[in-house]
Design a protein around this ligand. Sequence first.
Ligand SMILES: [Zn+2]
Length: 164
Amino acid sequence: MGSHGVASVTVDETDPRDPKALCDRCGNKGTVVRAERHEPAPLILRYCGACWPAADEELQQRQRDEQKLWQTANREWNEMRRQGSPAAPEPPPLPAPWSVASRSWHDARRFIELITQRANGGMAATPEQLAEIATEIAAKANEMDGPMPPDVQAFIRKHLPPST
Ligand SMILES: [Zn+2]
């Protein structure tokens, strides 16, 4: 996933909106984001639109931490194996993958930021790709939480192909 280096985040296309659920951060009713850690007993977190930008940061940090813990455990395991340790333990399991389903504009903005930042070291999106992304975002706009932010509007205006 680009500059974040967290390979385990996948996008979950199911609708995360739940008007009855309580936000795991502020406790308010009505959530628009669902994050899930896929384990035998999955951990499911729900967030309201106001909390999601901060919760997203925390979640990414948490995944980096889980990744680091695994790397350390894996190094130790390799070292043990190299030394021919008699009690050959199982390799440490990979960190459980996370997925996020969101109807928050925060994610659209972050995505736009990512693809429009050429200094990222990644490949710049082609005009066709930008048009495709603008089309997708515009098509989803009425499912999103709240009105489209001005910077997203500007992106759409710039890249949305004229309708035929
Ligand atoms: Zn909240």
